[in-house]
Design a protein around this ligand. Sequence first.
Ligand SMILES: Cc1cc2nc3c(=O)[nH]c(=O)nc-3n(C[C@H](O)[C@H](O)[C@H](O)COP(=O)(O)O)c2cc1C
Length: 239
Amino acid sequence: MPSDSSASSPASREVQSRILEAFNFRHACKLFDPQRKVGEDEFNTLLQTARLSPSSFGMEPWQLLVIQTPEKRELFRDFLWGANGASYGTTGQLGTASHFCIFLAHTGATMKHHSDYLQKHLQEIKQLPQEVIEFYNGAYQKFQEHDFHIENDRHIVDWSARQAYIALANMMTAAALMHIDSCPIEGFEMDSTCAVLQEHFGIDPERLQPVVMVAFGYRAADPAFPKTRRDMADIVTWA
Ligand SMILES: Cc1cc2nc3c(=O)[nH]c(=O)nc-3n(C[C@H](O)[C@H](O)[C@H](O)COP(=O)(O)O)c2cc1C
């Protein structure tokens, strides 16, 4: 690491230590205490961190489905292997989380350049004047077709998912700062999840596709394993 003579202030050091404490506190929680619920105001703060998260071009290409009733959660149990406790002989995050969320990524139906949805978003949410919208449309089309080679619906869903993961990370960090536990979840069968979402929640897979889930609550026990990570030198290259 290059030497840096500027030392941070005591206030900054305190913030740094709180941040690192939160990152060390956060772990992928496998089982929550089913008796402890995240407070409504705390969960609303988590939702705000997702809502206020950045997204490419400001298109906000994701939705969040919060599934709270046990009956609705059970619809996913058979194929949500990353959260159904199958490996631990418990009811898993699905059965014990205070809040259980599914991030849904927008598809080409809404996120392809010049879509009706995006025109409405640029006008009504971003409140841009028409000439700026036209500039945006052109830049976004070039971004999709030329710069990032986002050429088909799969690519658009992947791009939308990348924006969702920013919100996911911000929610988990904010939760950790409040000493709320979490677990990100990709351990599910895509086709079965889409089918349940369509049949029981009226979610059209042509418009919205599940990309990642996240559970929040309070740990039932301390993490079973210490946190392991590669060394900083293996991760970061200074040029
Ligand atoms: C996108 C993503 C998906 C994950 N899916 C699951 C999952 O389905 N079930 C699970 O128990 N953990 C899941 N994890 C947790 C990781 O296994 C965990 O973050 C990793 O092993 C590092 O451990 P730590 O988070 O406790 O530091 C997921 C993590 C991420 C970032």
